[in-house]
Write a protein that binds this ligand. Sequence first.
Ligand code: ADP
Ligand code: DP6
Ligand code: CO
Length: 359
Amino acid sequence: MASDSSKPVYRATTTAPVNIAVIKYWGKRDVTLNLPTNPSLSVTLSQRSLRTLTTASCSAKFPKDDTLSLNGKPQDISSSKRTLACLSNLRSLRQQLEAADSSLPKLSVLSLRIVSENNFPTAAGLASSAAGFAALVRAVADLYQLPQSATELSRIARQGSGSACRSLMGGYVAWRSGDLADGSDSLAEEVAPASHWPEMRALILVVSAEKKDVPSTEGMQTTVGTSELFARRVESVVPERMAAIEAAIRDRDFPKFAEITMRDSNTFHATCLDSWPPIFYMNDVSRAAVRLVHDINSAVGRTVCAYTFDAGPNAVIYYEEKDSALVAGTAKAILGSNTEGWGGPFYETLANVTAPGVE
Ligand code: ADP
Ligand code: DP6
Ligand code: CO
């Protein structure tokens, strides 16, 4: 707090990680509350490579409306119902604290200024909405000194972007879809801490840093409304895979983890292709990465790496530290030779960390 004025500025800064799902969230059963049609599970990546950095401040000096700047550009939050929902939930929690303790400064009545920056491509299928809304919620919760746990805050972050609920904690994280109509049981929980399987690594192949043509929110709405494959994915495929991948994580069984991860990425992209009109997130370079992973696994004679693609062409390849030279070395040598049209860069990252602000 800057105390040199009668109108102090209160401030909190945090970073938040991206997470890359191995069982994909794709589909909303309630658009307003952002409730998913299926549970999902992700690995939180290290903030040393990809992260959002967000500062939230509030002051009586600021103009009356809340503001958000993203990568240096002012955003129109008055038209973003989801950002407004996050901020109003956080304000109510602060109001409750202020009502219980009259000595606390009345921050809930002050306007907020939020400044955020992603150090990786935004809206390109690398989970910027996940890191972005996790950082926004964490920064405002810290500013307001809220006592809520990461799981409780995940309910708020979910309303900003579904995948964001899984970026409030490190390690291996599940988003339980929940049954209740008000969404109060639709939240993230840690399935295993980072320390349970710290050998996990991720190689991120940035095929394109361009903004995607079809944002995730819009793409999943089209799929829910038009794909015939989608119902089967939700009813039987995902529930079986959730149970199987949780067991694979428990047992640190990489081949099992890898096969489920690759199959679920493929099923998700198949439902995109089965949408009407069809949605294409992967491109020829993405498919070259898929072939390369299968080629490496069959050449080695065991499953040492697994690809997965979010709603964009960029590949994330999971592997264990012991196979790092083999997987990352081969992928860089082959794709980086540029015969496949890959545009770079590569990020190699620990996939076993970290909660917002911690690393
Ligand atoms: P991605 O694949 O990168 O998650 P989405 O289409 O899901 O792409 O979401 C991109 C949108 O998320 C951006 O257009 C922006 O509205 C929001 N977003 C991204 N980064 C941030 C951030 N740091 N703070 C707030 N909102 C963000
Ligand atoms: C393919 O969380 O970006 O990355 O809730 O509409 O903001 P909204 O969607 P978003 O969707 C992520 C989709 C995905 C899969 C995943 O992260 O689970
Ligand atoms: Co997103």
